[in-house]
Structures are given as C-alpha cells and as structure tokens.
Design a protein around this ligand. Sequence first.
Ligand code: CAA
Length: 240
Amino acid sequence: MKKLALVTGGTRGIGAAISQKLKEAGYQVAAVYSGNDKAAEAFQKQTKISTYKWDVSDFKACQEGIAQVVKDLGPIDILVNNAGITRDGFLHKMVYDQWADVIQTNLTSCFNMCRQVIEPMRERGFGRIINISSINGQKGQFGQSNYSAAKAGLIGLTKALAQESAQKGITVNAIAPGYINTDMVQKLSESVLTQITQQIPIGRLGKPEEVADAVVFLASEGAGFITGSTLTLNGGQYFV
Ligand code: CAA
C-alpha cells in the first residue's frame, strides 16, 4: 500500500511542487490549503491530488481536518509543514496582529499538526516529519522579526521532536530554503528583490521543485539515519 503524505500549504508555490513531486515518487498525497479556493480547484483538477481546506493555525481545525483525512485515506506517514505567510515590516512599526498572525500560522501550526499525527506514528513505529523553515530563520532578516522568529522556532521544534521520536522510527527534519521564485517572493518590491538576488552566489532565485526534491529525499526510507537536521538550500546566500 502507498504511504500517505500530507502537505500543508500544499496547493500553491513550494507546497504545490512538494505535493506533486511526492506523488511522482509514488506516495498518496493530501494537500491542505486555507484560503485560495480557485488555486486549489485548479491544482486538484490538474494533479488529481486530494485537497482539504482548513486553517492550520487553529488547533481544533487541525484535529477535525486530520481526522477527516485519516477517515478518507488512512493514517499519515509523512507530514510536511510548509504553510506560511509574511507580514513584513519594521518591529518599531509592527502591530500586534502582524506578529501574532505570523507566529500562529508559521510556528504554532507546526505544533497543531504534529500533535495530531505523532501518537499514531509512535504506535506504528514509522514517520517522517519535514518542517519548511527559511534562510531568514537562520540569519534573521531586516523587516521580518516576526517571520524570522517563527522560522527559527521551527528549527528548535524540529530538534526537540527529533530527540523525542528517534526511538520510534520517526525522523524529524527541517529544510531552510533561501529565496525561491514564488508569489511570496514576487510580492517584494523590484528594488528589494534586485538587492536580494545580488546576494545569491548562484545568481538566481531557487525553484520550488528544488525544495521539493529535498523533501522527497528526506521522506525516503534511505534518509532514515538523518534526524534533527536542517538542510540549507539557498544558492550559497548564507552558510550555517
Ligand atoms: N539592511 C539595511 N538597511 C535596510 C535594509 C537592509 N536589508 N532594507 C532596507 N533598509 C533601509 C533602507 O535603505 C531605508 O533606509 P533610508 O531611509 O536611510 O534609505 C530604510 O531601511 C527603509 O527601507 P524601505 O524604504 O524599504 O522601508 P519600507 O517601510 O518601505 O519597507 C520593509 C520596509 C517592508 C521591511 C522592506 O524593506 C522589505 O520588504 N524588505 C524585505 C523583507 C524581506 O526580505 N522579506 C522576505 C519575504 S520572502 C520570504 O520571507 C521567503 C523566505 O523565506 C526567504
């Protein structure tokens, strides 16, 4: 029977590439999204991947959503916590909601999702959890105190949960992508984007598929000895 992978933010951008590459690698895939119905419909039509709609920042919604996925498709073997938002701005101008929305959606969501799948994974003795962090969680970023804090938090959560889960056949890893060519990055002003691209030694933005290939590797049986790690994937922009 095919292993089941669930990808949050799985119908657009990096998440859509992850969902597709996992499908191509032979997994059954469920893609969760929260807002853009039109994009999700088009994605579902094109890929035939099952889509589910709920807000991953809401604990109860995660409980109910995952219960539905398990009922429809079976237990979750691979969880990819990819959903994320930006609300950029200087901290001295940041309002509370800009802070809280990013922490809830980018970090608390990871707890909300892991909490639902971790016990069944422990019982079954297998699991792969892959958290999509960011270069900006590693180095910090001007205008992103909220996002950098959330993405750094994901790396700490990854290391702690990896230790707790190692003896149960579950690996927990993070990927820290740099600037990848998605709607999120294209929303930056032209001058900011030019300035950032100049800082990337490889000389271009990353591709969503390049992140997805790394996810497929970390999800594989062959990656069973890798846990608690953060895979840096940023075109040479920052070395950890
Ligand atoms: N380092 C030092 N100074 C900087 C700077 C930087 N990186 N960026 C801007 N500044 C300075 C500017 O030079 C300017 O100074 P002067 O007024 O003296 O010229 C001052 O800060 C104000 O800059 P802005 O005009 O840009 O201010 P703003 O209020 O219009 O915008 C901002 C502020 C929203 C933070 C904007 O600078 C911005 O969008 N920055 C980029 C944030 C970013 O990288 N976001 C990443 C999104 S993609 C993502 O998050 C995916 C991922 O994981 C990588």
